[in-house]
Design a protein around this ligand. Structure first.
Ligand code: TYD
Ligand code: MG
Length: 451
């Protein structure tokens, strides 16, 4: 028996309410409730399901652990971000701004899996457009099928006859199911289609990649529910004016969430950047003031990144503090420490801080390089060449040890740095030719650098 039901669903958090309200009671957003009508099939005899269901409670110690099967792709950055390849039956959501390269990344993945039958479903582009894109990338495959379709029921019919080993959906917002009576892209449709895709992934052990649009606030469009439902959420980001793109995990049931993949968008598609430190540190002949290199760690991957600061007297009353790629509040805290513990008169100065390459870094180990770049710009004295920093700064001006310092030291050594400044409480491991200098307090470090 079909039962018609309408309710008002918040497009921001997915909460439903029986009547319209100006403000959502779930997330407090205004004007986000929209009426959605859906026909709900009540399965006959659903109350009996417990008796027929194949799933039974089981003692944990008796659960068989089958070795996890992972598909290692040709794309080493993607493998890393997924925690070591694609897990069978995994549901992966990949979000990013329009034009950042999501479709390119997925098509590249599909075409480079030559021995595998892949179905690429596009609700946004025609088969000709996709062919043109593949020619641009110089890739072709005899086992990648392209389908332009938006009806989820039709897609499942093709899946049943084609039996793909990997499914790519571009994008979840364009799909529509006949069982939900609202527009494509609405919360109900997204949830309905995603649920069906997840069931398919789990039952057939086929990995599914779904592309998702993001809203202007930068979160994935559609309800948060979507993020809870999938196994892995990847964010593809980067400055559209720069060619570098960063693939980041924000949720992963099969691996760590701090991994990072770096690509460069070229005329022939996305190129994996194997040694990112090279692109993150700019080349110059003479050292300039306000630049310091931080030995940072993103996930398991050591990265040497360039921090740039510009300190100049404030022209107007309140000095400006602007940070790009770094937490603004942390910048204010570091400025207060430098003022109070180091005696630098920064309160009347504008401070601009920038992390080169469009990267956003949360690793506290870059504190030291941030502080050094600020003082270097303030004093107009450059930091000596081939020198890098790894340390967190405490409120008392003390330099604290950061996790896995040995890893950072090894990377700096590999890249030809001559000296690294770290906390005296850190374990430096085997530095090779690199000279490791240890400090307990900021003032000792100033003394050593410019004293
Ligand atoms: P696209 O994958 O369509 O982005 P999304 O699916 O995230 O909206 O990528 C679009 C941009 O990528 C477009 O501006 C052109 C650029 N591009 C290249 O620079 N080189 C290429 O080989 C391809 C295929 C795209
Ligand atoms: Mg696209």
């Amino acid at each position: 028996m079909a039962k018609i039901k309408t309710s008002f669903v918040c497009s921001s958090c997915g909460v439903s309410s029986p009547k319209w309200q100006g403000q959502c009671h779930g997330c407090g957003e205004w004007n986000t409730l929209h009426e959605e009508v859906f026909t709900k099939e009540v399965p006959a005899g659903w109350k009996d399901q417990g008796e027929h269901s194949a799933n039974r409670p089981m003692v944990l110690s008796q659960v068989d652990l089958k070795p996890e099967q992972r598909l290692i792709t040709a794309d080493s950055e993607l493998n890393r971000v997924l925690g070591g390849g694609i897990v069978s039956g995994a549901m992966v959501l990949i979000g990013g701004e329009p034009g950042i390269g999501k479709s390119t990344l997925m098509l590249q993945l599909a075409l480079r899996l030559n021995q595998l039958k892949v179905l690429y479903v596009s609700g946004e582009e025609s088969q000709q457009q996709i062919k043109m894109r593949s020619q641009r990338m110089g890739l072709s495959s005899d086992s990648c099928y392209i389908l332009t379709e938006t009806s989820i029921e039709a897609i499942f019919q093709h899946i049943a006859s084609l039996k793909p080993q990997l499914l790519i959906i571009d994008s979840i917002q364009t799909l529509q199911s006949a069982t939900a009576d609202s527009l494509a892209g609405s919360v109900t449709q997204i949830r309905e289609c995603a649920t069906k895709l997840i069931r398919f992934a789990k039952e057939s052990h086929t990995p599914v990649f779904m592309i998702g649009h993001i809203t202007k606030e930068g979160s994935l469009a559609g309800p948060k529910v979507l993020e809870h439902m999938v196994d892995t959420v990847l964010q593809f980001e980067g400055d559209r004016h720069l060619s570098y793109r960063i693939l980041r995990t924000s949720k992963n049931r099969f691996g760590p969430t701090s991994e990072l993949g770096i690509y460069e968008m070229q005329m022939q598609g996305l190129r994996e950047v194997v040694n990112p430190s090279e692109i993150l540190i700019s080349q110059r002949d003479t050292p300039i003031s306000g630049v310091a290199i931080a030995a940072s760690l993103e996930g398991n991957r050591p990265l040497l990144i360039e921090i740039q600061a510009l300190v100049s007297p404030a022209a107007y009353g309140t000095p400006q503090r602007t940070a790009t790629g770094f937490d603004g509040r942390r910048l204010n805290m570091l400025l207060a420490v430098l003022e109070k513990r180091g005696g630098f008169r920064l309160a009347t100065q504008d401070v601009f801080l920038n992390i080169a390459g469009g990267l956003r870094v949360e690793d506290p180990a870059i504190d030291l390089a941030v502080a050094v770049s600020i003082i270097s710009s303030f004093n107009e004295t450059p930091v000596p060449d081939k020198l890098c920093f790894a340390g967190e700064i405490g409120l008392g001006g003390e330099i604290r040890a950061v996790n896995r310092t040995a890893h950072r030291v090894a990377e700096a050594s590999k890249l030809g740095f001559e000296q690294i400044y770290i906390s005296k409480f850190a374990e430096s491991g085997t530095p090779g030719k690199l000279q490791v200098r240890t400090f307990g307090k900021l003032e000792d470090l100033w003394e050593d650098l410019w004293g």
